[in-house]
Design a binder for this molecule. Structure first.
Ligand SMILES: [Zn+2]
Ligand SMILES: [Zn+2]
Length: 215
């Protein structure tokens, strides 16, 4: 694990753009026309143009825009995010669109040990885009018939570990959320691992490349 996150832009460069508009930067020059993006977008100032406009990188757009000074204000991102125990924040920054939004636009994910709900890091609007196709019932039934029985010996096709079903490992049905397709039975640990990489093969490949460059 890295000791410290790589810092690309310091926190003091962080700004809030309430109107969500600017001129897209292309090859170091701003476009003639204004573009609209998400209101209340969080960005990081990376420079200034001769006309006084700021160049702001908006991670939610994965692009930089020339923004007028009156459309941005300094913002402390550390004032949002994971709250301390017993606290609840009113505003969160979505980890997909990077818009600052009221907490009610983030679904409660699961309750922690103290019974307190934690919120999902992506806003409802972004989650509805990522969305998660349902698996057809007959497909589920077909796989349920093949469910490894409690007490049986299971071999996980990813980690190749053996486990005793329901005794020293939980076995779960792995599916591709994007295509709504079941892939098969996996140990819970591997299924969670794949989920962390958003079931995206590219991210897994990136992870392998990263690990190999560090070897
Ligand atoms: Zn969002
Ligand atoms: Zn496994």
């Amino acid at each position: 694990m890295p000791e410290r996150a790589q810092e690309k832009a310091p926190p003091e460069a962080c700004v809030l753009c309430r109107p969500g508009k600017g001129r897209r930067m292309e090859n170091g020059k701003p476009d003639k026309h204004l573009s609209n993006f998400r209101k209340n977008s969080i960005g990081y100032k990376t420079g200034k143009l001769e006309n006084g406009e700021s160049v702001v990188f908006f991670p939610g757009q994965n692009a930089s825009f020339a923004v007028s000074g009156e459309d941005i204000e300094p913002f402390d991102p550390a004032a949002t995010g994971k709250p301390k125990k017993g606290e609840e924040r009113d505003l969160y920054i979505c980890n997909v669109c990077f818009a600052l939004k009221p907490k009610d636009e983030f679904d409660i994910n699961q309750k922690d040990a103290s019974g307190r709900g934690t919120r999902r890091p992506s806003c409802q609007k972004c989650r509805s885009h990522l969305d998660l196709k349902n698996i057809p019932d007959r497909e589920k039934k077909k796989w349920r018939k093949k469910e490894p029985r409690k007490g049986a010996l299971f071999h996980c096709p990813v980690c190749h570990k053996h486990s005793i079903v329901g005794v020293n490992a939980r076995i779960v049905l792995d599916h591709d959320h994007h295509r709504g397709k079941i892939r098969g039975w996996l140990c819970d640990s591997c299924n969670t691992g794949l989920g962390r990489f958003k079931n995206g093969e590219n991210l897994l490949r990136n992870a392998v490349d990263y690990l190999e460059t560090k070897d």
